[in-house]
Design a protein around this ligand. Structure first.
Ligand code: G6P
Length: 610
C-alpha cells in the first residue's frame, strides 16, 4: 500500500517522478505529493484525490530539481487531506520523507518529540520520521536515517532527502518493499519495479535493514553499522508496455483479455515431453514429500479463493488433508502446525502483511513453507523454503483477474505433481490432465475472441441496477462463485452473497424475492444433478437464474433466464474457464453503474498493513 518513487539524475525530475507515481497508483490513490530539490531548496506539492489532481497542479513546481521523492497514498493514519499527504517535512523544512507501511510506536515517538518542542502538521504516523531525522542529523543523512530507523517499530519503507545533501536519497526497508533501479548517470528507488521500468530494467533488491544511498552516479548499500553491503544486480524481463492499457478502456478489461497468454506463460516448460509436470525450486525433496501429512494453505482475498480450488485438487489427486485459511485469522489463532505439514502461502504480490505473518508462524513451528507468487524478489520469496511462480506479468487493475487464473493453474499443476510424487497418480492419468491443461489457453482465447465480452455486457446491462446478487456453486464451482461475488463487491459495490448451493436452503434462500438475480456456476461436474435441484429450488422462489454452463448444455440454457456458455473441459480444470464470464459480468455491471473499475473505493492492490 502506498507507492514511493525517488529519482537522482541529471534530468529535471518532477515529470519523471510523476510518471513513476502513475505506474504505482494501484497501490493507493487518495492523495499524493512530490518533493524535489532545486536551487538549494525544496519544492513541495501535495494534492488530495487521485493523481489527476496532482497532475493538474504540477506546473506550479519549477523545473530546476533533478533529485526528488514522490508518494501516492492509501490512508492508514489520518484521513486523505493535503496535510496528511506525503512527503512530510520536519520543523526546519530541511528534510522531506515518504513512507509506506506503519510506524506502530508513532504515538510514543510523537509525544516524545512534541515534548522536545517539535511541532506536527499532520495526523499521520509517517511525520515522526521527518522529525526523528531532524533530531538525529549531524551532517550525515545516512546516519540520521539509521538513527530514526532504530527507534521505529512496525513494518515500513521510507526514503529521505535533505536540503544540505542535494545529491542523495537515502532509503531503508523493514518487511515492506523497496527496489532500486540502476541506469546511466541516474538511479531510482521505488516500492515496485513498474515505477521505473520505462527507464531501466537493471534492478537491485535491498534486504531489510539495508541502508540504500541513491546518488546520480552510484548506488551504495550499507548495513546499519556503516559497512558496505553487496547486493546482486538483476535484469527484469518485463515490458514497460505491460503497464499501459494497449487500447483497452481499463486495465482490468485488458488483464481479463490477457488471461490466455498468462496461462500459457505459466504453463511454459512445466509439462515435460512425457506429459509429466515439471516444477523446480519448490524446496521439496523426495523425503520431505514422503513425510508430508497435511497441507495448510494461507492467503487473503482472491488468492484465498485460488487456495480453495487447490484444496479440491490436492485432496483428490494427492490424497492429503488440506485446510485453507484466511491469513489474518490463522496468524492469531493457535494453529496446530509443525513438521510434516506443508504451508502454501498464496499471494500474487508476495507482500501481503497477513500472509507473510502466517508464513513466518508456520515456519517457526517447523512446517515446510512454499510461496506461490507472481512477483520475483518479493518478500514471500525470501521467507519461503521454496517458490512456485505464476507468470501473469504485471497486473495493475486492483481487482485481481489474470493473477487469480494463474494461481489456480499453479495449484492444479502442483496437485498433479504431488499426486504423482506420492505414487497416487500414474503417468497416464497425469498426462490426461496435462494434455487438457495445454488446450486451455487456446480455448480461453477463442472464447474471448468470439465476442464473450459483448454477450456478457448485454446481460450485465439488464441487471446493473439491481441492489443484490447471489452467486451459487458446488464442489470446485464454489470457489469460482466466491470469486465472482468478490469481483462484484469490489468494483460494482452491489451487496453480493456467495454460497454453497447445497447450503443455501439453510438461510440465504430467505433473501430471495421475485426477480432476485442468482448467478450459478453450473459447468459439468459430478455434482451437476444436485446443483440443478438447487437451481430449481431457487427458481421456484421466483429468482432469475444467470447460469455459467458448459458448451452444449442446452437443457440448462432452457431452465435459466440467461446463460453464459464456456468451453467444455474436465471438471477439475473448469474454474480456469468458468470464472471468466463472472469477471466480465462484474466488470460490466460496474461500468454500467458508472464506477471507476481500476480504482475501486477504499481498496488497494497490495495490502502491506494488517
Ligand atoms: C488485496 C487486493 C486483492 C488481493 C488481496 C491479496 O485485497 O485488492 O485483489 O486478492 O489483497 O493480495 P495478494 O497480493 O496477497 O494476493
Amino acid at each position: 500500500m502506498c507507492g514511493i518513487v525517488g529519482y537522482a539524475g541529471a534530468r529535471p525530475c518532477k515529470d519523471i517522478l510523476f510518471r513513476g507515481l502513475r505506474k504505482l497508483e494501484y497501490r493507493g490513490y487518495d492523495s499524493a505529493g512530490i518533493s524535489i530539490i532545486g536551487d538549494g531548496r525544496f519544492e513541495l506539492l501535495h494534492s488530495v484525490g487521485n493523481l489527476d489532481n496532482l497532475e493538474a497542479i504540477l506546473d506550479r513546481m519549477g523545473d530546476a530539481g533533478t533529485l526528488g521523492i514522490a508518494h501516492t497514498r492509501w490512508a492508514t493514519h489520518g484521513r486523505p487531506s493535503t496535510e496528511n499527504a506525503h512527503p512530510h517535512t520536519d520543523c526546519t523544512g530541511r528534510f522531506a520523507i515518504v513512507l509506506n507501511g506503519i510506524v506502530e510506536n508513532y504515538l510514543r515517538l510523537r509525544a516524545a518529540l512534541q515534548g522536545e518542542g517539535h511541532s506536527f502538521t499532520s495526523e499521520t504516523d509517517a511525520e515522526v520520521v521527518a522529525h526523528l531525522i531532524e533530531r538525529a542529523y549531524r551532517g550525515s543523512l545516512r546516519e540520521a536515517v539509521v538513527e530514526a530507523y532504530r527507534q521505529m517499530e512496525g513494518h515500513f519503507t521510507f526514503c529521505a532527502i535533505a536540503v544540505e545533501e542535494p545529491d542523495v536519497i537515502v532509503g531503508i526497508r523493514k518487511e515492506t518493499p523497496l527496489v532500486v533501479g540502476l541506469s546511466d548517470g541516474e538511479n531510482f528507488m521505488a516500492s515496485a519495479i513498474p515505477a521505473f521500468l520505462a527507464e531501466t530494467r537493471s534492478v537491485v533488491f535491498p534486504e531489510d535493514g539495508d541502508v540504500v544511498v541513491v546518488g546520480r552516479d552510484a548506488v551504495e548499500i550499507f548495513d546499519l553499522y556503516g559497512a558496505p553491503v553487496d547486493r546482486p544486480v538483476q535484469t527484469i524481463d518485463w515490458d514497460d508496455e505491460a503497464a499501459e492499457k494497449a487500447g483497452y478502456e481499463t486495465f482490468m478489461l485488458k488483464e481479463i483479455h490477457e488471461q490466455p497468454v498468462a496461462l500459457a506463460d505459466t504453463l511454459a516448460e512445466r509439462i515435460g515431453p512425457d506429459g509429466r509436470v515439471v516444477l523446480d525450486g519448490l524446496g521439496l525433496d523426495a523425503e520431505t514429500v514422503r513425510a508430508l501429512q497435511r497441507i495448510v494453505i494461507v492467503a487473503c482475498g482472491t488468492s484465498y479463493h485460488a487456495g480453495l480450488v487447490g484444496k479440491y485438487a490436492l485432496e483428490r489427486w494427492a490424497r492429503l488433508p488440506v485446510e485453507v485459511e484466511v491469513a489474518s485469522e490463522f496468524r492469531y489463532r493457535d494453529p496446530v502446525i509443525g513438521p510434516g505439514c506443508l504451508c502454501i502461502a498464496i499471494s500474487q504480490s508476495g507482500e501481503t502483511a497477513d500472509t507473510l505473518a502466517a508464513m513466518r508462524l508456520a515456519r517457526q513451528a517447523g512446517a515446510q513453507v512454499l510461496a506461490l507468487t507472481n512477483i520475483v524478489g518479493s518478500q514471500a520469496t525470501r521467507e519461503a523454503d521454496g517458490v512456485l511462480f505464476t507468470r501473469a506479468g504485471l497486473e495493475i487493475g486492483v481487482a485481481a483477474t489474470k493473477t487469480f487464473l494463474t494461481q489456480v493453474l499453479a495449484t492444479l499443476l502442483f496437485a498433479l505433481w504431488l499426486g504423482e510424487r506420492r505414487g497416487l497418480m500414474d503417468g497416464e492419468r497425469v498426462r490426461g490432465f496435462t494434455e487438457e491443461l495445454r488446450r486451455i489457453p487456446a480455448l480461453l482465447s477463442d472464447y474471448l475472441e468470439d465476442g464473450a465480452a459483448g454477450r456478457v455486457e448485454l446481460v450485465a446491462a439488464r441487471y446493473a441496477a439491481r441492489r443484490f446478487f447471489m452467486v451459487l456453486g458446488r464442489n470446485i464451482g464454489l470457489p469460482v462463485a466466491l470469486e465472482g461475488a468478490l469481483k462484484l463487491k469490489e468494483i460494482s459495490y452491489v451487496p453480493t452473497e456467495a454460497y454453497a448451493a447445497g447450503e443455501m436452503k439453510h438461510g440465504p434462500i430467505a433473501l430471495l424475492e421475485e426477480g432476485s438475480p442468482v448467478l450459478v456456476v453450473a459447468t459439468d461436474s459430478r455434482v451437476y444433478d444436485k446443483l440443478i435441484s438447487n437451481v430449481q429450488e431457487v427458481k421456484a422462489r421466483g429468482a432469475r437464474i444467470i447460469a455459467v454452463a458448459s458448451e452444449g448444455n442446452e437443457g440448462l440454457a432452457e431452465m435459466a433466464d440467461e446463460t453464459f456458455l464456456v468451453p467444455r473441459t474436465d471438471e477439475m480444470l473448469a474454474p480456469l474457464l468458468s470464472v471468466v464470464p463472472l469477471q466480465l459480468f462484474a466488470y460490466y455491471v460496474a461500468k454500467a453503474r458508472g464506477e471507476k473499475v481500476d480504482q475501486p473505493r477504499n481498496l488497494a492492490k497490495t495490502v502491506t498493513v494488517e
